[in-house]
Design a protein around this ligand. Structure first.
Ligand code: C5P
Length: 228
């Protein structure tokens, strides 16, 4: 069983995919974490993210391990814990350039397919339903208004959670800045040549703007029940 969840930045994919993994006994696969890990490694080593050759050599050379521990998912690169390091604004700003390099994608897609060889997975990303697992039993394209996505991110940055506190508000200026960044990243991701962000033709579209996490998960559980 493969459940594919694609969608733009901040649409709630991670929250929903993790909840679905727990609900349905699936292995959570955060493919964005892999592109982030390559980006973080490039930045740490002083490799120019615009140098496609150097970045793709790096992507093939490093050992990225995603682990779903009891305390949440972790990311290690060559044995070093980079779980937090891959979520910095600097990585946010550079990851789309790295993810646009075809040879980087080749290496990451191979890792993603390997992870699904021996497990039932719920994978989140941009090209899961279109490229990585085109035969996935369940495909969801999860979206939300840009302002809702920015609000969730802004609240998260200060340790809040809009899933448990629906009325949580963010600093307006910070939210506007995050919204502009999300829109720029979505534009880069959806206009690149290789595996752009777009819904698979057979994906079910869910707009989470006015839905709770549980409501989104209920809809996906129904799709899984139908596919089983
Ligand atoms: O999902 P997340 O925001 O962590 O993804 C970070 C970046 O990784 C995306 O903006 C995109 O450039 C890239 N990505 C991708 N394909 C995927 C997952 C993520 O290109 N399947």
């Amino acid at each position: 069983m493969i459940v594919a969840i694609d969608g733009p930045a901040g649409s709630g994919k991670s929250t929903v995919a993790r909840a679905m993994a727990a609900r349905e006994g699936l292995t959570y696969l955060d493919t964005g974490a892999m592109y982030r890990a390559v980006t973080d490694a490039a930045l740490t080593r002083g490799i120019d993210v615009a140098d496609a050759q150097a970045v793709s050599e790096l992507a093939h050379a490093i050992d990225i391990v995603l682990d779903n521990g009891a305390d949440g998912p972790t990311v290690t690169v060559d044995g070093q814990d980079r779980t937090r390091a891959i979520r910095t604004p600097e990585v946010d700003a550079n990851v789309s350039a790295v993810a646009a390099v075809p040879a980087v994608r080749e290496a990451m897609v191979a890792l993603q397919r390997k992870a699904a060889e021996s497990a039932d997975v719920v994978a989140e990303g941009r090209d899961i339903g279109t490229v990585v697992f085109p035969a996935a039993e369940v495909k969801v394209f999860l979206s939300a208004d840009a302002s809702a996505r920015a609000r969730r991110r802004a609240v998260q940055r200060h340790g809040g959670d809009t899933a448990t506190d629906a009325n949580a508000t963010a600093n307006a200026e910070e939210q506007a800045k995050i919204e502009a960044e999300l829109i720029a990243r979505d534009k880069a991701d959806s206009t690149r040549e290789t595996a752009p962000l777009k819904p698979a033709e057979d994906a079910v579209r869910i707009d989470s703007t006015d839905l709770t996490v549980d409501e989104v998960c209920d809809a996906i559980s129904e799709l899984i029940a139908g596919a089983r």
